[in-house]
Design a protein around this ligand. Structure first.
Ligand SMILES: [Zn+2]
Length: 286
């Protein structure tokens, strides 16, 4: 049985909350993950893990630590993200405080508590010299709250047989989930007074044709063979904006589509499904 040092766990969580790691994608003033990734790398190195800091994009860092297995067992990764969303209306987001047996601060649950749990487990494994047959990787990744660039970069250099993403799920085991891709479609018309039908080109009506085809695609997606645990892919026309005034032909119309993906779907194929629909329209000028 591995003993977790609870005092160390809480100290680690407090240290992590004190480091502002707001994702610059969520908040322009967010400093990113440099400082927190350095802290984690140093901490795991001190514990005797083989740790490294990886700057996968300018100013964006992952911390990766490994403990080689002693046998031919399968490898496992623990994965948690280091970034948080902005402080919002919080008075003191980076000052952890304990109230009624709970610890509060920006990112306390999502997901610095998970990071702290991983680090405390890594400490226990090192200090109690737990001998594992397979390699164990601790990955603290950047940018989950925005584009997931951290995990994408990580997977280009580290592959394991399995991974546990310690994202909080109220202690329920979540074995799979869908992803998403956002698309923006724009139709261009020509503004003209509402009486000038010979000059006006109606961008909204053009978007109507796109929507009509999207409706077919949406039904086609939902008729697909369900993927175990997650079901079928789906899409919805999330935001539609077009036109400016009653007596003016709409010069442009914008549609934001959210496409929910199932595990294994290739983003390029998903894009092609859409461009196949849009192709005939994108060449049309009237
Ligand atoms: Zn999260």
């Amino acid at each position: 049985v591995i003993q977790i040092d609870e005092a160390y766990l809480v100290r680690a969580l407090e240290s992590l909350i004190k480091i502002n790691s707001v994702n610059p994608g969520c908040d322009v003033n967010g400093p990113g993950e440099g400082e927190i990734a350095r802290w984690i790398t140093r901490e795991l190195e001190t514990l005797g893990w083989r740790a490294r800091l990886v700057e996968f994009a300018p100013g964006r860092y992952n911390a990766i630590a490994e403990r080689p297995g002693y046998g031919a067992g399968r490898s496992l990764m623990w994965n948690a993200h280091t970034d948080t969303v902005g402080g919002g209306a919080m008075v003191a987001p980076f000052h952890p405080r304990q109230v009624g047996g709970k610890l509060f601060g920006r990112g306390a649950i999502d997901m610095k508590a998970s990071l702290a749990a991983m680090i405390a487990a890594a400490q226990a494994i090192a200090e109690q010299d737990v001998r594992l047959a397979g390699d164990l990787v601790v990955a603290a990744v950047a940018d989950e709250e925005w584009g997931s660039a951290g995990t994408e970069a990580l997977l280009r250099e580290v592959k394991t047989d399995a991974a546990i993403v310690t994202e909080p799920t109220d202690l329920q085991i979540c074995r799979a989930h869908r992803g998403y891709i956002h698309f923006r479609v724009e139709t261009i018309g020509r503004a003209a007074h509402g009486s000038r039908y010979a000059e006006g080109i109606d961008a909204n009506l053009h978007m109507g044709r796109v929507l009509w085809h999207l409706d077919y695609l949406e039904k086609e997606l939902r008729a697909r063979e369900p993927v175990p645990l997650v079901g079928v892919p789906s899409l919805h026309a999330a935001i539609l904006r077009g036109g400016s005034e009653m007596s003016i032909y709409a010069a442009r119309c914008e549609l934001n589509i959210e496409r929910r993906t199932t595990p294994g779907e290739d983003p390029r194929v998903v894009r092609q499904e859409l461009t196949r629909i849009l192709g005939p329209f994108s060449r049309r000028r009237s």
